[in-house]
Design a protein around this ligand. Structure first.
Ligand SMILES: C[S@@+](CC[C@H](N)C(=O)[O-])C[C@H]1O[C@@H](n2cnc3c(N)ncnc32)[C@H](O)[C@@H]1O
Length: 266
């Protein structure tokens, strides 16, 4: 079965809409709110965690922009939530280029309508599980210059890529295309989350596009093979944001890698 959203299906939970609801957005349906509410009933701090993950994204964009990166690929961009990547990147350089990629036609429509009115900011409808297609389009449509550093952002996306869809391989395709001094940042649901929460969300989303695979911190760390891992490493997103943020029952880890040379094996 092809687990990807096709058009609008108000009868099945959808990851972009569940997340939109957790962030306080209005682009969601009853079925999405029901999934989110069941998660919140077990772990009321999941809403806070969604904002922590979003803040991690903002910080990762700042980190790359401060290092001189001027091109950003936001894979699994989601329904626009301010500040969006281009708003943060353009605090540093008003000509920073941003491509928002998502396979959900509704997300694409939102991104295209709300974000793509600025030159150098583009929405693309594509599936990250087909990295060669995404990379080809980024090249042929001249959206990204792969001879220059780029920041690839996968915030809250990789846990929707099942093991048999080969997340490490898809990351390697992006890594190999990236110039030295590029950055890769991700967040990912951790198997150190509350078991009851994992069970609940797995039962609610099985076989839908919102199905999540919770992975271990070690597995997530291996996603940064070929990158220098930036401190504090692959750790709960709270640890990226400050010393005094509370732990949450759902654990989402964040990690950032920097590519040091054109070769991926150093
Ligand atoms: C939880 S939301 C995260 C949104 C945003 N990155 C953020 O952190 O605020 C996950 C997004 O990833 C998208 N997504 C999931 N799997 C994808 C895939 N294989 N290709 C492209 N987008 C995908 C979903 O449609 C959804 O919009």
């Amino acid at each position: 079965m092809e687990r990807a959203p096709i058009g609008v299906d108000p009868g099945r939970p959808n990851s972009a809409r569940v997340y939109d609801y957790l962030l306080g957005g209005k682009d969601n349906y009853e079925v999405d709110r029901a999934v989110a509410q069941r998660m919140l009933s077990i772990a009321p701090d999941t809403r806070t965690l969604a904002w922590f993950s979003r803040q991690f994204l903002v910080n990762a964009v700042r980190l790359a922009a401060k290092a001189g990166v001027r091109q950003f690929i936001d894979l699994g961009a989601g329904i626009p939530t301010s500040p969006n990547v281009h708003e943060v990147a353009r605090e540093f350089d008003t000509s920073a280029r941003v491509v928002y990629v998502d396979y959900d036609p509704v997300v694409y429509a939102h991104c295209d309508a709300l974000l793509a009115r600025w030159q150098g900011v583009t929405a693309m409808s594509a599936d990250v599980r087909r990295p060669d297609d995404v990379l080809d389009r980024l090249r042929t449509e001249a959206l990204i210059d792969f001879d220059e550093p780029v920041a690839v952002l996968l915030v809250g996306v990789l846990h929707f890529v099942m093991d048999d869809e080969h997340p490490a391989e898809l990351l390697a395709r992006f890594r190999d295309a990236m110039a030295p001094e590029s950055y890769l940042a991700f967040t990912h649901g951790s198997d150190t989350s509350d078991p009851q929460l994992i069970e609940r969300s797995s039962a609610d989303t099985a076989s839908t596009s919102a199905q999540v695979v919770y992975r271990s911190p070690a597995q997530m760390t291996s996603f940064l093979d070929g990158f220098e891992i930036i401190d504090p490493g692959v750790v709960p997103v709270q640890q990226w944001l400050g010393d005094d943020l509370p732990a949450t029952r759902m654990v989402i880890c964040g990690g950032v890698g920097r590519k040091n040379s054109g070769r991926h094996d150093d």
